[in-house]
Design a protein around this ligand. Sequence first.
Ligand code: NI
Length: 131
Amino acid sequence: MLFHHLGIATKDIEKTKQDYLNIGYRESLSVFDPIQNVKLLFLVKDNSPLIELVSPIDEDSPVNQIIKKNGTTPYHICFEVDDLDQSLKELKKQRYIEIVKPVPAVAFNNRLVCFLYKPSMGLVELLSSKS
Ligand code: NI
């Protein structure tokens, strides 16, 4: 499992983006993900982790719950894996709970992503390295 990005929930993607630009990040890909019902914006900086801003489209976006509870906050870490099914199996054995089954992610050329949760670890996203 290789670190891929840090997901940050925010209600105001423009304001949060500006805060990252102010500390040296550059704007990268911006997409609407109709499957997760969120707006995504990626921010990059040399020798720094990839940042994914996640913002709700409407009241039905699942990320609303996180923002209501914690405001703007990091809320998931994504790891890239070679074999998504195998990694999913292994993590379930380690008592991770599958929150979102594998779905194509528009931000990653429809490579599959899934979300798992474990209380001692928080929310983890897996991204398949293969399309
Ligand atoms: Ni993510």
